[in-house]
Design a protein around this ligand. Structure first.
Ligand code: ATP
Length: 545
């Protein structure tokens, strides 16, 4: 499928615009138009409803306890020191002094070419000692396979047009970050003859100043994730609600990352929204909850209409895992702009890493006291008070039965990436009655407009009836009223917006108070009493159980 068509439709129909477009836009920032904002709201509401207000039962059929939070975007900078972001939230950057473009060094691949018959000579040399390859080409790619494809697609042309020797063969395909230092590093921009700089670290957090002074003491960061707000409020939530382990805290909000190379439309933006859950559980049960959340989250995407053969859960290998993690699954989706599936969400087992870091850095006790376990054992231990028992200096393993840092499972999803996946998934072209149409087959829960109401013609009392129905429906749903142009054109416009149902008031309505309800996907129509429309829409928009 053609990504350009999707980008054009997003602009044409008001899903997504380049941010501050009249001033030339700003790379990595996007604005959501009237249809896009409804799509995003539906995504966030579906997530909040299905994960927080009405989550599925736990692995043993138990009710899940979930609560929400809405934290400030700018927090005390110590949060980001403790979390490791100040020191470690970096990408390697390289730049071209000639065209001034900047790249992520791990996303520029060098293809080293040597005459085929000399390959053994090069490969026999010790690593770092091999002679400099005579030709090195550079490509922006996500991985070596993609770089190889780009190279293979271009090689024939280079041989013809730039007189490259046809007997050259790839010696190695490695990122600029891993390439031997003596290799040339050409800029990947077509036509640019510059050489890339030595890669250097670049922190992705946006910096700002709080208050009137612009000095080091006033530096603060725009949050690069919503998760840390949850960790630093862990004790507040415990102290002010009745939640007990296991339980989850959820948050939806903006996050900011100064990405070196925003790309793939909204996929990699500098400002985006996240939907994150930190699920706190007993360390002994964390593997079970990790598997539970991984499966729940995959199922959720399928239920919202993402085709399961385009969704790929990818369990990270041991080498990829963060040092504190015993498992992470990236839920990936095959977007039309890439050959390989790309991350929509990460479900990570984070152990007690975050709470431990914040406990250490803040000096505040962030442990959980398991009152039930203490109540069960205290008589046997011969104490009524836990504090008194602690004075007897019990072994740390014994204390840990009652007081410990919970483990955390973190399903962390991007609203904008799901919005883009839903748009790509929905886009279809077909023909209706011999006429071509573009139809956005959104899942009804995600569709920006749920129903459109049309009077067949603008006379005979039809507009009045249609307007009355529109007024009734708009109190409950996002609905659209349209009385302009031929009915076929009105249907086409709603198909392109992804509206699942169109309701038409026609001459029969005037006789028996029935209307037609047209289904977007197969264009079938049913007749139903006008007073039954709202209930029918509710039934069709209900989340699946
Ligand atoms: P990537 O590897 O693609 O940069 P990540 O692994 O750094 O993503 P996380 O830190 O796990 O991402 O963030 C959780 C989620 O937030 C991602 O799965 C994604 O949906 C979303 N997200 C992260 N960075 C961006 C971005 N630059 N633009 C849009 N969404 C993003």
């Amino acid at each position: 499928m053609d990504m350009d068509k999707i980008v054009a439709l997003c602009k044409r129909r008001g899903f997504i615009y380049p941010s501050s477009e009249i001033y030339g836009g700003l790379n990595g920032f996007w604005d959501y138009g009237p249809l896009g904002v409804e799509l995003k709201r539906n995504i966030k509401e579906a997530w909040w409803r299905d994960m927080v207000l009405d989550p599925p039962p736990g692995p043993d059929g138990e009710e899940l306890q979930m609560v929400g939070l809405d934290c400030a975007i700018i927090m005390n900078p110590k949060v980001w020191e403790a979390s490791g972001h100040v020191a470690g939230f970096v990408d390697w950057m390289t730049e071209c002094p000639s065209c001034k473009r900047r790249y992520r060094a791990d996303k520029v691949y060098l293809v080293a070419l040597v005459p085929e018959k000399e390959l053994p000579h090069y490969t026999a040399a010790a690593p770092g000692q091999s002679p400099t390859p005579p030709v090195v080409l550079a490509y922006q790619a996500d991985d070596p396979q993609q770089a190889r494809k780009l190279f293979e697609a271009e090689f024939g042309r280079l041989v013809k047009k730039q007189k490259l020797a046809a007997d050259l063969a790839p010696l190695a395909i490695v990122s600029v970050l891993q390439a031997p230092s003596h290799w040339p590093r050409p800029c990947p921009e077509p036509g640019c003859t510059g050489q890339l700089s030595e890669p250097r670290k670049f922190n992705l957090m946006f910096r700002t100043f709080v208050g009137a002074a612009e000095d080091a003491s006033a530096v603060a960061y725009l949050r690069p994730e919503t998760a840390q707000g949850i960790f630093v409020n862990f004790a507040n939530v415990l102290g002010t609600t009745r939640v007990k382990l296991p339980f989850g805290i959820a948050q939806i909000g903006k996050a900011f990352r100064n990405e070196i190379n925003p790309r793939y439309f909204t996929f990699r933006s500098r400002e985006f929204e996240q939907m994150e859950i930190e699920f706190f559980c007993h360390p002994h049960e964390s593997e079970k909850w990790y598997r539970f959340w991984r499966d729940v989250r995959i199922r959720w995407y399928v239920q919202l209409g993402l085709r399961s053969d385009r969704l790929r859960p990818r369990e990270q290998s041991r080498e990829e895992l963060a040092h504190y993690s015993c498992g992470t699954t990236d839920i990936e989706y095959l977007f039309p702009f890439a050959d390989e599936p790309q991350e929509l969400e990460g479900v990570a087992h984070r152990g007690d890493y975050d709470l431990r870091q914040h406990q250490q850095a803040s000096g505040k006790d962030l442990t959980y006291f398991d009152e039930e376990a203490w109540e069960r054992d205290k008589t046997q231990l011969g104490f009524t008070s836990f504090k008194e028992w602690l004075k007897t200096n019990p072994a740390p393993e014994q204390v840990g039965r009652y007081q410990f840092l919970p483990h955390v499972i973190e399903p962390s999803a991007g609203v904008d990436r799901l919005a883009l996946a839903a748009i790509c998934e929905a886009y279809a072209e077909d023909t209706v009655g011999g006429e071509p149409r573009v139809v956005m087959r959104f899942h009804p829960r995600l569709a920006p407009i749920k129903a459109a109401v049309f009077p067949l013609v603008n006379r005979d009392g039809m507009p009045e009836k249609a307007y009355a129905l529109y007024r009734e429906l708009k109190r409950q749903f996002v609905v659209f009223y349209d009385d302009k142009g031929a009915i076929g054109r009105r249907y086409r416009r709603q198909d392109e917006a992804g509206t699942p149902f169109c309701i038409t008031i026609d001459s029969q309505t005037l006789q028996d108070d029935t209307v037609t309800l047209r289904n977007r996907d197969d264009c079938t129509q049913i007749r139903l009493p006008i007073r039954a429309v709202a209930e029918e829409l509710h039934r069709r928009l209900q989340p699946p159980r």
